[in-house]
Design a protein around this ligand. Structure first.
Ligand code: CU
Length: 162
């Protein structure tokens, strides 16, 4: 390996560290009472998509269960909390009519293939780099305003910063 190649490798390493550091620094947490929301994000939607997803962690550090009962956002006509469940050999999603329980001293992760938010009838598609405002309404902790960072279509979940 030449001097130049070694230099290039060191430089690439520094860039990588800087990128990881930036990712860490932008990890967001929002809290109210015993509830903390970690790192909300979404994926860019295809041009004609009517729905978009929403993902984050919900940590309940309290001694009582809480419940995510509703979600509002100006970018969608309606936002549901969905769960994915196997129905025979088919994966289906359905809206949780009674909300999502966050047991005391527990973290619940919303992610692809599991619980997630579903933004329905989007006013505009989610574009990479956009910031999507949403209000999460908890039975006990009340309203928590969050901003979801829109990652590229097909992006992997970001580091959770936990
Ligand atoms: Cu869904």
């Amino acid at each position: 390996m030449t001097w130049f190649h070694r230099r290039a490798l060191v430089f690439a390493g520094m860039v990588l560290i800087a990128l990881l550091w930036t990712g860490r620094a932008t990890a967001q947490e929002y809290r109210s009472g015993s509830i903390a929301i970690g790192n909300p994000w979404s994926r860019a939607t295809p041009p004609t998509a009517q729905v978009g997803g929403g993902y984050f962690s919900i940590t309940n550090s309290g001694t009582e269960d809480d419940r995510l009962v509703a979600v509002r956002s100006p970018v969608a006509r309606r936002v549901d909390v969905h769960e994915m469940k196997m129905d025979g050999s088919i994966m289906r999603m359905r809206a949780l009519e009674d909300g999502l329980v966050i047991p005391a001293k527990t973290t619940v992760i919303l992610e692809s293939g599991s619980y997630h938010l579903m933004f329905i009838d989007l006013t505009a598609g989610f574009v990479k780099g956009a910031r999507i405002p949403a209000t999460l309404v908890f039975e006990k902790a009340g309203d928590i305003d969050v901003v979801l960072e829109v990652l590229p279509l097909g992006a992997k979940p970001p580091e959770r910063g936990r």
